[in-house]
Design a protein around this ligand. Structure first.
Ligand SMILES: Nc1ncnc2c1ncn2[C@@H]1O[C@H](COP(=O)(O)OP(=O)(O)OP(=O)(O)O)[C@@H](O)[C@H]1O
Ligand SMILES: [Mg+2]
Length: 276
């Protein structure tokens, strides 16, 4: 089984988290599982949007677990590598598991000082955990700083969600540059219009940003109602216009993945130069 990782990014409030929740609904509805949702935003909105209360489920964020494992408990455990230690803790205390998807929150409390050990340990641990899934969806915070941490140093598709302002054009160009500079390997970088993106600007995106435009996410008052009420977007009716537009987006993303039976190991090889 090949794991496919899809990451959303974009400026604040463009609808990234909502989009990830609707992508999750699409993958669940099409039985494209096992599915892992990763909330990389310290504000942690994703869990609520898919109806999960991590605290009530007794789950901790990866940052909390890192801090507890490497700082508070300190020292080394003879015979157990740092990545195995954190991996075990994430499996046990971090990963929220349900029948249709699992969820992991990265959290906020990064350790002061030297990041090297936890970052390397975390990368190894996450690499091992994420291999178990067919699809991984990562919800990012606004801005681009997090990319430098390389939570995901190799992803299949990055979807940049554009906001209503012309600054979004600049953001897309800058995002590509930073992804390149941060050394993040990405198979395909695509752009989608967020719910507030003016549809008539769609035909300018490719010319002005050099990036592939996959269409626009519908503005859907039912989605806004659900979010306001804290209801899980996984329970939205299939007729929701936002859900349908995200489904079309996902079709276009997934269609580009070569059939698993035809693909060869090292699928990202030769495609890294799409960025930059
Ligand atoms: N398709 C949509 N139709 C209508 N309203 C939407 C849609 N998508 C998002 N919204 C509204 O926009 C607001 C912001 O959405 P969301 O939290 O998904 O954005 P974000 O980009 O993740 O924000 P942040 O940058 O703060 O993480 C939400 O309150 C939601 O109600
Ligand atoms: Mg968000």
């Amino acid at each position: 089984m090949q794991t496919r990782t899809i990451v959303t990014m974009g400026r604040g409030g463009t609808g990234k988290t909502t989009c990830v929740a609707l992508m999750a609904k699409y993958l669940i509805d099409t039985h494209s599982t096992p599915l892992l949702l990763v909330d990389a935003d310290p504000d942690q909105n994703l869990a609520e949007m898919v109806g999960v209360d991590l605290e009530a489920a007794g789950k901790m964020t990866v940052s909390e677990l890192l801090s507890e494992t490497f700082i508070q408990k300190g020292g080394t455990t003879v015979g157990v590598s740092p990545s195995a230690r954190i991996e075990n803790r994430i499996w046990e205390h971090g990963l929220f598991e349900s029948e249709s998807f699992d969820l992991l929150a990265v959290g906020t409390k990064w350790i002061e000082g030297c990041y090297c050990l936890p970052d390397a340990a975390l990368r190894n641990a996450l690499g091992s955990i994420t291999r178990q899934y067919r699809y991984i969806l990562i919800d990012s915070p606004a801005g681009l700083e997090h990319l430098n941490r390389k939570i995901a140093s190799s992803v299949d598709t990055i979807v940049d969600i554009m906001g209503p302002s012309s600054k979004s054009f600049y953001h897309v160009r800058r995002a590509r540059r930073i992804i390149h500079e941060a050394g993040i390997r990405c198979g395909r970088f695509v752009v989608a219009g967020g719910f507030a993106f003016p549809p008539d600007l769609g035909n300018r995106v490719t010319a002005e940003t050099g990036s592939e435009y996959l269409g626009k996410i519908s503005a859907d008052p039912v989605v806004a109602e659900y979010v306001l009420a804290g209801r899980s977007l996984l329970t939205l009716p299939d007729t929701s216009s936002a859900y349908r537009s995200v489904g079309e987006l996902m079709d276009r993303i997934i269609r580009a993945y070569p059939d698993d039976s035809l693909s060869t190991p090292g699928r990202n090889q030769g495609t890294d130069n799409l960025i930059g």
